[in-house]
Design a protein around this ligand. Structure first.
Ligand code: ADP
Length: 214
């Protein structure tokens, strides 16, 4: 599980975990963006909340995670941006107990507000496949296109400095307490997320390798 302040680069780190270790990753934020693009009732119901930077209700998010685990959770998983509240963490504990599965690791990506601002103002995302990159890495193209699927790379509508204030407030009040929650379970590892992608991923890889049976 990857926990971090908004825009801590975790989308990209999660994608790197899938590529390197073949562990499926799910992210409620990515699911909700897809639902919105598809115009489903769930997407329409949550679009305004995510655009404002508020957290979506625990009930909706837990439902998404339960469905995903039922379909794909049989061979290990990484949650990206989940849980973000104590009730979500409690529900996850109950769901996993029911599935006779345990959590091996909670990774807390520590980033300064300065890093968050810089990452969010440069973040680009593929409208077709969701691949995350930055303005500087995507400089190779005149019109930024996704290196994986050729889709258009665009800014997210919640990657905005005024929305960021709300997202940081939500993080500080509702997500921050999870550091204690997983600290007490002795599965929390902190990683300095202010460094470049590769340095951060090296640390994350080492933590995962310490858990995956050889
Ligand atoms: P970031 O990449 O900036 O961390 P995400 O893509 O994870 O953002 O999330 C985007 C938005 O989706 C959040 O601001 C929130 O509105 C909603 N969201 C994502 N995950 C959760 C969650 N676990 N609980 C509640 N809302 C969530």
């Amino acid at each position: 599980m990857l926990l971090g302040a908004p825009g801590s680069g975790k989308g990209t780190q999660a994608e790197m975990i899938t590529r390197q270790f073949g562990i499926p990753v799910t992210s409620p934020g990515a699911i909700l963006r897809r639902e919105k693009d598809l115009g489903t009732p769930l997407g329409l119901e949550t679009a305004e909340i995510t655009q404002r930077g508020d957290l979506v209700s625990d009930k909706i998010i837990i439902g998404l995670i339960e469905d995903w685990l039922r379909l794909h959770g049989g061979h290990g998983f990484v949650f990206d941006g989940f849980p973000r509240t104590l009730p979500q963490a409690e529900s996850l504990r109950l769901i996993l107990t029911r599935l006779h599965t345990s959590l091996d690791l909670a990774i807390w990506l520590e980033v300064s507000e300065e890093t968050v601002r810089a990452r969010i103002s440069g973040r680009l995302q593929c409208r077709s496949c969701g691949f995350t990159t930055s303005v500087t890495s995507a400089k190779f193209a005149e019109r930024p296109v996704c290196p994986y699927c050729d889709g258009p790379l665009v800014r997210r509508n919640d990657d905005d400095m005024s929305v960021l204030q709300t997202r940081l407030r939500e993080f500080n009040t509702k997500t921050q307490p999870l550091a204690d929650f997983y600290g007490k379970m002795s599965i929390l590892d902190r990683v300095d997320g202010n460094r470049d992608r590769e340095a951060v991923f090296n640390d994350i890889s080492r933590l995962i390798e310490g858990k995956v049976p050889a």
